[in-house]
Design a protein around this ligand. Structure first.
Ligand code: PLP
Length: 378
């Protein structure tokens, strides 16, 4: 026994608390100066031209789908191994998600499987940087270009990751981020889309504010009461309390990423001689952001994994399984007729994977505690 170890948790500094308190004492609680400050900070960090803050990672994905005009009859390719929100965003716009399989060792979207999913109706691919490791963006971009379709990114696991020296957030036409407490930086709930396309950014700014071209802050600054709703949008705004927290959190990100990478190397070393518990493979030319530290158990029909999960739980250590492949959820089976057997690598991984605790305030000794319990047999 020992103190409780969750699989993920936020880190909140005294500076973060002060930043939120300062907003509470100011004139603007929502859509004030902190929103732009957070957008500039994320754009600066990722090296992207534009960043559009929204109320969640899910809203970010929805805004992306709306911005590229996804509608009925359109197909968007997503990996089977992701959080449901990636596919749901396609459905919100009336489109059809088509599930590509993943590589068995990295669980990243498999480029050949994507190629096999392309039809005349395909409009876009959403790559997901599973666990924090960037996908093979050059191969995906070449495939997308050859078929005249768009390459987008769900980077919700990968803020701070790089591919061939380029930051996640600049690797696709649009990239979605989440600031849920389990992610790298948090605003409680929150999201962002980065892009180099001014017109797409403007469309997403309208979409998050009912489809109204000018927000309250812009009207205040330009001294006008006039506004027009051009398109149908939502209230997907991120508020000033959240954005001030985000700006403050982002200052800690380099340190926290270093910590996540250090914890991963401690896990790697402890598991190096355990052939039945294998960390996900690392692909070359990438810096992993380690949202998750995922291991795969040997092929034992899920028994070894279930036993390890129970042992960890009894020791006050929470592991988790990310994810049930999206096409196996009842909603997708009932609505789109998706079937088991279509994404064999993702389906097989679902019986074998476990996400071990990983968060910046975890200590090296905590990793040893996890691996000691994990490697006990029977
Ligand atoms: C967290 C996450 C989302 C959704 O983010 P929310 O902020 O919780 O809406 C989408 N996709 C992936 C891969 C995620 O991990």
């Amino acid at each position: 026994m020992g103190e409780f170890l969750p699989y993920a948790r936020q880190t909140i500094t005294e500076d973060d608390i002060q930043a939120v308190v300062d907003v509470l004492r100011s004139d603007w609680l929502t859509t004030g100066p902190a929103v732009e400050a957070f957008e500039h900070a994320i754009a600066g960090y990722t090296g992207s031209t534009h960043a559009v803050a929204v109320s969640s990672g899910t809203a970010a994905l929805h805004a992306m789908m709306n911005a590229i005009g996804i509608g009925p009859g359109d197909e968007v390719i997503v990996p089977a191994m992701t959080f449901v929100a990636t596919a749901n965003a396609v459905v919100y716009c009336g489109g059809t998600p088509v599930f590509a399989d993943v590589d068995a060792d990295t669980l990243l979207i498999d480029v050949e499987s994507v190629a096999a999913c392309i039809t005349p109706r395909t409009r876009a691919i959403i790559a997901v940087d599973y666990a924090g490791q960037p996908c093979d963006y050059d191969a995906l971009a070449a495939l997308a270009a050859a078929h005249g379709i768009r390459l987008l990114s769900d980077g919700c696991h990968a803020l701070g990751g790089t591919y061939r020296g380029r930051q996640v957030g600049t690797l696709a036409e649009l990239t979605a981020f989440s600031f849920h407490p389990v992610k790298h930086v948090t605003t409680a709930e929150g999201g962002m889309v980065t892009t180099s396309d001014e017109a797409l950014a403007q469309r997403m700014r309208e979409f998050r504010n009912h489809g109204i071209a000018k927000d309250h802050w812009q009207r205040e600054n330009t001294g006008t009461w006039e506004y027009q709703m051009r398109t149908l949008g939502f209230n997907y705004r991120l508020n000033d309390l959240q954005c001030a927290l985000g700006v403050s959190q982002l200052r800690s990100l380099p340190r926290w990423l270093e910590r996540r990478r250090r914890l991963a190397s401690v896990y790697d070393a402890a598991l190096a001689d355990a052939p039945h518990v294998v960390p996900l493979a690392r692909a070359s030319s990438r810096e992993h952001a380690y949202h998750l530290y995922v291991v795969q158990f040997g092929d034992e029909g899920g028994t070894a994994r279930a036993e390890a999960f129970a042992r960890l739980r009894a020791a006050e250590i929470r592991a988790n399984v990310h994810y049930l492949p999206v096409h196996l959820h009842p909603f997708y089976r009932e609505t789109f007729g998706t079937q088991p057997g279509t994404c064999p690598n993702a389906e097989r991984a679902y019986d074998r994977i476990l996400s071990l605790p990983m968060y910046p305030s975890m200590r090296d000794e905590d990793v040893a505690r996890v691996t000691d319990v994990l490697l006990q047999r029977g």
